[in-house]
Write a protein that binds this ligand. Structure first.
Ligand SMILES: C[S@@+](CC[C@H](N)C(=O)[O-])C[C@H]1O[C@@H](n2cnc3c(N)ncnc32)[C@H](O)[C@@H]1O
Length: 228
């Protein structure tokens, strides 16, 4: 009887706007091959120690995916280290001065000031808890100003804040904290698209270091720190 009632309620929900919540949706910003690349690159990077840092984590879909990969690697793939994993986001979207720079100085009229505003550290922590992700430290702040020294040596960083100014300011700070052999992956390094500010910042920072750019999977800008 209870089961029949549950089924009936489910069927009823399907005839309401709630049905969007009832069925599976692919909710990643990355293609499967890109997620696979991130998993592999992260696993290789943390083998010799250091933390994982994700800057610009939005609702946490990639956070959960990468954390599940770390757990799998620790259980079944010979990864011996405990890995610290830090997430940094404003949790209120782009800062107005960063978005307006895109509009005024980079001709990106359609960069939305209000994208990603519906989020909060509390929601993010709740999301981590219901996905049994326990290793993540959540930090709220501006990628351009955050004190990355608090995190200790970084082995792998996914930098995904889309726009020119925060990417340009964050890159040298994160690079300074990157351990030799570590890797930064900058998302949105494909040319000629609305969020190509990240690409411009990546290209400029590589030039400043006297390094060649290395863009893989069409939009991942890679920057490793040489082992001296
Ligand atoms: C494209 S989303 C990140 C998507 C996420 N990497 C994923 O795979 O689900 C961009 C995120 O960057 C954050 N963000 C934008 N500007 C930022 C800044 N200056 N500092 C920190 N986070 C920022 C936004 O709040 C948003 O959550």
């Amino acid at each position: 009887m209870k089961r029949a009632l549950k089924l009936w309620l489910k069927r009823l929900q399907f005839h309401t706007p709630l049905r969007r919540r009832m069925v599976h949706r692919y909710d990643y910003f990355f293609w499967p091959a890109e997620l696979a690349f991130l998993c592999e690159a992260m696993e290789q990077s943390v083998k010799d120690g250091g933390a994982v840092l994700e800057v610009g984590c939005a609702q946490g879909a990639t956070t959960v995916f990468l954390n599940n990969h770390l757990t799998w690697a620790q259980r079944y793939h010979g990864l011996r280290q405990e890995v610290d994993y830090a997430c940094l986001d404003t949790f209120s979207g782009f800062l107005p001065e960063h978005a307006s720079y895109e509009q005024k100085h980079r001709g990106k009229a359609s960069v939305a000031y209000d994208a990603y505003q519906f989020n909060s550290p509390e929601w993010f922590k709740y999301m981590l808890a219901i996905n049994d992700v326990t290793r993540v430290q959540v930090h709220q702040g501006d990628a351009a100003r955050f004190d990355y020294g608090r995190l200790g040596p970084i082995a792998f960083c996914l930098l995904d804040v889309d726009l020119y100014l925060p990417t340009l300011a964050a890159l040298p700070r994160i690079y300074e904290q990157l351990r030799p052999g570590g890797l930064i992956v900058v998302d949105d390094c494909a040319p000629d698209q609305i969020y190509d500010g990240a690409r411009q910042a990546y290209v400029e920072f590589c030039a400043k270091l006297g390094r060649e750019t290395d863009i893989q999977h069409r939009k991942f800008g890679l920057l490793g720190k040489p082992v001296v």
